[in-house]
Design a protein around this ligand. Structure first.
Ligand code: SF4
Ligand code: SF4
Length: 297
């Protein structure tokens, strides 16, 4: 297979876990969530990432790079991304951890080789491989053969998706996915647009579609204090549960430390002060959902 995937990373399963899980994180995501710490995950392409807080302007990268990507002047350190060949020479020579390349290309057989040791553990434990990201459906041509190969090897599979993909894509994936973890971030379409850059109609119709197709679905609901912790959204989640009694709900508290190579620069300006919810507040939210008939996991 010629297709190459661009991965953020592979999080290998623990050999001692009762139900082991290996997570393959794909690069690329069509959403721009204001709470996302992983802006570098948005583009499908590998990228040179610069951390200006670590840079000492030592000029090593300027002299190392053959492609004139780095320039340092009175205004600071500039990077001409479009000229970068991603050969990593500057990254290897920077002594201050100010440069990195995010995103690595894999052919299917290379990826298979990387996860081969995990497969035995996953088989024995009844664990699973989860395709996540970024957004795994942004690399559909790659994940279809990967999922097929996993199912042929008898491995359980899960797709962790933001749900913003054509319904036909999900339909194509159904035979190869045992569990869909699908995000539901906000019920009001205008607020959803404000928070993520897209309206939520497609996501909502995809959730209904998967349930109508009798799929195993967990609705993953991030809880973002001051953003989506309002009654209309709680009612929106509960409404899904009333319509689809088999649907499960996982509440995910906002975690300011979660992300890839994250730092506060990745966040929208007005979001940097948002703290994780207090345990009592989160429990109250979960209790209300349970009282409204949601099956929490
Ligand atoms: S080598 Fe590293 S520390 Fe030196 S100028 Fe380049 S990025 Fe900055
Ligand atoms: S990765 Fe290579 S081409 Fe890109 S900036 Fe560094 S040295 Fe230059």
């Amino acid at each position: 297979m010629k297709e190459e995937a661009v991965l953020l990373d592979i999080r290998h399963c623990s050999k001692s876990a009762k139900e082991a899980e290996t997570v393959i994180n794909f690069k690329g995501c069509p959403l721009k969530c204001v709470w996302c710490h992983s802006a570098i995950a948005r583009s499908v392409k590998p990228e040179l990432v610069f951390n200006d807080q670590n840079c000492r302007e030592c000029y090593v990268c300027v002299t190392t790079c053959d492609h004139l990507v780095h320039q340092i002047d009175d205004q600071g350190h500039h990077i001409h991304q479009s000229a970068c060949q991603l050969d990593g020479k500057c990254v290897r020579n920077c002594s201050f951890d100010a440069l990195s390349i995010i995103g690595k290309k894999y052919h299917l057989d290379q990826l298979w080789h990387e996860i081969e040791d995990d497969l035995e553990v996953l088989s024995k434990s009844g664990g699973r491989i989860t395709l996540s990201g970024g957004e795994p459906t942004s690399q559909l041509k790659y994940i279809i053969p990967l999922l097929k190969k996993l199912k042929e090897a008898g491995i359980n599979t899960a797709l962790d998706t933001n749900g913003y993909t054509r319904t036909e894509n999900l339909q194509t994936l159904i035979p190869w996915v045992d569990l869909f973890l699908i995000d539901y971030k906000e019920t009001d379409p205008f607020r959803h647009y404000e928070f993520t850059g897209v309206y939520n109609q497609l996501i909502i119709s995809n959730i209904h579609f998967l349930m109508e197709q009798k799929q195993n679905v967990i609705l993953v609901c991030p809880y973002i204090p001051g953003y989506n912790d309002h009654q209309q959204h709680l009612e929106g989640i509960a409404s899904f549960c009333r319509q689809h009694p088999e649907l499960k709900v996982k509440v995910l508290p906002h975690d300011p430390l979660h992300g890839y190579g994250s730092n506060s620069h990745d966040l929208a300006d007005d979001f940097t002060q948002v703290k994780p919810p207090a345990a009592a507040t989160l429990n109250e939210w979960k209790s209300k959902l349970a009282a409204a008939g949601c099956q929490l996991v």
